[in-house]
Design a protein around this ligand. Structure first.
Ligand code: ACM
Length: 764
């Protein structure tokens, strides 16, 4: 599908031809996210007053009232919904010729608005398009005598049918009112699936009438280590303060938790359905079941309920009582959630204790099950038959394919480090939803690249052909809440990333990224009106470590109008009373400068710690005779820190002129040290940018230039070193702890754009 923006009028066309205003004008006038498949702009506008009508047939009644509610917020008065033709109206017209699900056509002229669709979802998406074309004040109930819509013709339809968001309400709990807000924001950006992770080791969040202890006991806990970690972080960042409404006192104890009654959840489901969002419930089993097993210990093979090496003990797939429990639970779940899709989880199962169970040994012999992965599949496949008998489709995390899976199950892919899992699933005949940890785990700390990574994500693995690609029905971002204890933190983690996801899935035009960023700048105003605690755009071009020889100069361009950048040099966090950063700030001694942007209401963006160090230019060393490339030493072991490689057994060595992991390295955990010289062509302050998953440290001369050590997901850290022309000792240590690796080194000199380090600079 192609995004097309056309100007029909000659005047506008001439302006466009001068090359001066068209793109800007279009994004300012139509700051739509997701951008429609096709948009043709005209001149003038359609005026909406209290006298304007909405004309509709019965098919689109709910959507007519959604539009009426929207316009009431802007006009302060209700407008009429009519079944008969009116002179000045917004017409919602059933059009059987529009066959793509969720598609709509919208024509705005000075005289009338006509929205055409075959299904109500299409009309609803058109209403949300209108919402984004109205002044942002409408979101906050700012009333005007009249509203206007620009003259335009839109043809729109989604590229992907599954446009999902996930919310983990187990690790931390979120109120019904927050769920409704979340749904409303999803609707604004045309997302259509809300996957609720309702149960896990840390809390059971949905009432099940047959097993009341699941929530009476399982919804409450004393503070756990994740709560403690949040409480610690809250000292520096108020978004980590645990939402107080979920903390209670009971029997002299402070407890955290909460759950949704079935009635409450039915209300949420109806609220979402009116916005054409399907709520997909997940009851995660057979692993992640500690909260249930605490009250119903018969669910395990041996009655024990504890953490294993990585995960808790799962329920036992070898006892009929387990299936009776699971079927009873899912029967109630299906009564609450009408969704065609029900998620059974199936991830991260510690299967070891199944192997010790007599019941499992007997079942495996009887059923001819070869191994424990097969037993895992036996559980999932049997539950799928139960789901299917109730007319529902089963979704499972991608581990469920390991022991063989029925081709009718739907696979949700998440394990970035098992890249062939979605391909295998597709070849097995399964439908697949893509939620790879990188870039779609929105609980990963966002950075300056995360919005772009989401925008440029392609849900279809390259190795699939066009026919196979049809099995990939879309993608979803997951928001795991171990470290998300508040609504404000949740907002910060998923916004604005969700807008990139929305456009990636609906419009899917990678080339529109610059236009998307401009439209996003406009969308921030709407998010402000909606009081969304979105992550402010990054302060541009900052490094972690700076060096200077005589004087450092720091200037920062604000990424959004209206922000104030403040700083401290005494180590404290910048606050609204800290001085405003001058342009430039002159630094004449080694010190830590902490900077942050503040919104007009005083919300602080990310704090940047900029370490300034005064340094003499490092002189070059003599190497004779220099040979090209670096020497790489490979260690096949797991390391938590790069320094631990020093005492490790060397597996092999090789020569390379690139900082990259050779394709031949297949070990899940390993370390590599790249050693030699870097031969720089001019004197200068060199900046290095080291992105790695997991850790890496760059040393040049006797300096640690970038410290990006430890086990973590892909993150960039940067630093500087002052170098005289010539060769300098170079060492880069890299460790991979398991779970998808990345290693990338770029440089810039004296303020140039970051680029690859030329291979010819490496010597040994
Ligand atoms: C998962 O992140 N365990 C699906």
């Amino acid at each position: 599908m192609k995004v097309i923006t056309k100007y029909l009028s000659l005047a506008a066309l001439m302006l466009a031809c001068t090359g001066s205003v068209s793109a800007q004008e279009t994004t300012a006038k139509f700051p739509l996210i997701p951008y429609p498949a096709q948009l043709t702009a005209g001149e003038g506008s359609f005026t909406i007053t209290a006298k304007t009508s909405i004309v509709t047939s019965n098919a689109f009644n709910t959507e007519a009232y959604a539009l009426k509610d929207l316009l009431r917020k802007g006009l302060g008065k209700p407008i009429e919904v009519s079944k008969v033709k009116k002179a000045h109206a917004i017409n919602l017209v059933y059009d059987a010729s529009i066959t793509t699900p969720e598609a709509y056509r919208m024509s705005v002229t000075k005289e009338q608005v006509v929205i055409r669709a075959k299904d109500p979802a299409g009309v609803f998406h058109a209403v949300e398009t209108i919402r984004q074309l109205l002044p942002v004040g409408v979101e906050a109930g700012v009333v005007q005598k009249q509203l206007s819509l620009p003259v335009v013709a839109i043809e729109d339809a989604p590229v992907y049918e599954w446009r999902g968001m996930h919310l983990d309400v187990s690790r931390h709990f979120f109120s019904v009112s927050y769920l409704k807000k979340f749904i409303d924001r999803m609707a604004l950006y045309k997302m259509n699936k809300l996957h609720l992770h309702l149960t896990d080791d840390q809390g059971w969040r949905i009432e099940i009438k047959k097993y009341p202890l699941l929530t009476q006991a399982g919804a409450w806990r004393t503070f756990n280590n994740q709560d403690s970690a949040c409480i610690k972080k809250a000292k520096d960042n108020p978004d980590f303060v645990i939402d107080k409404e979920h903390i209670i006192q009971k029997d002299g104890k402070t407890l955290y938790g909460g759950f949704y009654t079935q009635d409450e959840m039915k209300g949420v489901v109806a609220y979402a359905a009116a916005r054409h969002i399907d709520i997909v419930p997940e009851i995660d089993m057979p692993g992640h079941m500690m909260a249930a097993i605490n009250s119903y210990p018969f669910l395990t093979c041996d009655g024990e309920n504890k953490w294993g090496e990585l995960f808790t003990k799962p329920i036992c797939p070898c006892n009929e009582t387990t299936f009776e429990f699971a079927e009873n639970v899912f029967t109630e779940i299906m009564q609450i959630f009408p969704s065609k899709y029900i998620h059974i989880g199936g991830d991260e199962v510690d299967r070891t204790n199944w192997g010790k169970s007599e019941a499992c040994k007997a079942l495996m012999a009887k059923e001819g099950i070869k191994d424990l992965a097969g037993l895992h599949s036996y559980f999932i496949n049997r539950m799928e038959k139960f789901f299917n008998s109730k007319g529902r489709k089963l979704i499972g995390w991608d581990e469920v394919i390991e022991g063989g899976i029925s081709p009718t199950a739907i696979i949700m892919y998440w394990r970035t480090w098992v890249p062939d899992a979605p391909v295998k699933a597709v070849k097995n005949g399964n439908t697949v939803i893509m939620t790879p940890g990188e870039p779609l785990y929105f609980d990963n700390q966002p950075d300056q690249y995360s919005v772009s990574r989401v925008y440029h994500f392609n849900p279809v693995p390259k190795v699939l052909n066009a026919e196979e690609a049809k099995s990939i029905i879309g993608a979803q971002a997951n928001l795991w809440s171990e470290m998300i204890p508040s609504e404000k933190r949740a907002d910060y983690m998923y916004m604005p990333r969700m807008t990139a996801l929305s456009e990636m899935l609906w419009t899917h035009q990678e080339s529109e990224y610059d236009s998307y960023l401009q439209r996003l700048t406009e969308q921030y105003k709407r998010m402000d009106a909606l009081k969304i605690n979105y992550r402010l755009p990054d302060l541009p071009n900052l490094l972690n470590q700076y060096v200077f020889t005589k004087e450092g100069k720091l200037s920062i361009t604000s990424p959004l109008p209206g922000l104030t950048i403040r700083y401290t040099t005494d180590g404290t966090l910048p606050d609204t009373k800290s001085p405003v950063l001058p342009s430039p700030l002159t630094i004449s001694k080694s010190e830590l400068v902490r900077v942050a942007a503040f919104t007009p209401t005083g919300t602080r963006g990310d704090v940047y710690n900029l370490n300034y160090t005064q340094q003499q230019m490092l002189g070059p060393v003599k190497i004779a005779p220099p040979k090209p490339g670096l020497t790489a030493t490979y260690y096949k072991a797991f390391f938590k820190k790069t320094a631990l490689m020093q005492n490790a057994k060397v597996d092999s060595t090789f020569s390379t002129d690139k900082i990259e992991v050779p394709a031949t390295v297949k070990a899940p955990s390993f370390g590599i040290t790249y050693k030699g010289y870097i031969d720089v062509p001019t004197d200068g302050i060199y900046s290095f940018y080291l992105t790695c998953d997991d850790g890496g440290v760059l040393y040049i001369g006797d300096k640690t230039v970038v410290d990006n050590d430890g086990n973590h997901s892909a993150q960039e850290r940067s630093g500087q070193v002052a170098l005289k022309m010539g060769a300098h000792p170079f060492k880069l240590d890299f460790i991979e702890g398991g779970g998808g690796f990345k290693l990338l080194l770029k440089y810039s000199v004296n303020g140039s754009a970051p680029q690859d380090v030329p291979a010819s600079w490496f010597k040994n």
